[in-house]
Design a protein around this ligand. Structure first.
Ligand code: C5J
Length: 228
């Protein structure tokens, strides 16, 4: 494991600038899956307007390209369940009481089930060979996954967390990461919510009280810093 040394890059962020050593920082892209971002997926079937999320695709694509260009670790997550649904808690299955549930057939295959088309990461952000993909059954990326072990073994101490949705899986993951000792920066333009008010409050909660869970910044500053 690499030991953290002095930070070498600093980007503007709230509540104060975020300093990081690139080699000890991973980009963690949360659940940019067809089921959340494309018409006919889980998100749309819950009645959500997926266009609210699609605006984050291009900033994520640019940040991922810069991250890869700098030779840094990028990790992708996918929310979903085993085909036999043995890892799906009953509480999660029946939550909401809607007609369509996880595991039911949809236009992109069975909803939120591993191996189905809808469970895949959108083509714009397809993982490159060698980039870890974390399949998670919950909202947080650390719950019931080997993410922490992968980060520890790679000497990672800081995370740039992007993806969807801001108030659910991104927020849950940032809180989990914070409790495990990681400093997290969330670029506001790279995270999305179906609900504008949740986008605003989801980010406000992260950076409140002196950065109680982490920092909020912008991907353009990160890309500029990486390319400088
Ligand atoms: C949700 C997620 N919203 N990736 N999942 O159910 O945020």
């Amino acid at each position: 494991m690499r030991l953290p040394s002095s930070p070498t890059l600093t980007v503007a962020a709230a509540p104060y600038p975020f300093a990081f050593e690139p080699a000890c920082t991973a980009l963690l892209i949360i659940d940019m899956q067809r089921d959340f971002l494309e018409p006919g997926g889980f998100g749309a079937m819950l009645g959500n307007d997926v266009s609210q999320l699609r605006r984050v695709i291009e900033p994520n694509r640019r940040l991922l390209a810069a991250w890869r260009g700098a030779g840094l670790l990028a990790i992708h997550t996918r929310e979903g369940h085993r085909p036999d649904l043995s890892d799906l808690p009953l509480a999660k299955k029946i939550r909401g009481g809607g007609a369509t549930r996880i595991g039911d057939p949809g236009p992109m295959g069975r909803i939120l089930v591993r191996g189905e088309a809808g469970h895949d990461i959108i083509p714009e952000l397809r993982p490159a060979p060698g980039e870890p993909i974390i399949d998670k059954p919950g909202k947080g990326a650390f719950f019931a996954t080997d993410l922490h072990a992968i980060l520890q073994n790679a000497g990672i101490t800081r995370l740039v967390v992007t993806g969807v949705t801001t108030e659910v899986c991104v927020n849950t993951t940032v809180r989990e990461a914070n409790d495990r000792g990681y400093d997290c920066l969330v670029p506001a333009d790279c995270v999305g919510s179906y609900f504008p008010e949740f986008q605003e409050m989801g980010l406000a909660m992260i950076k409140a009280q002196g950065g109680i869970f982490g920092w909020v910044g912008d991907s353009e500053d990160l890309v500029a810093a990486l390319e400088s």
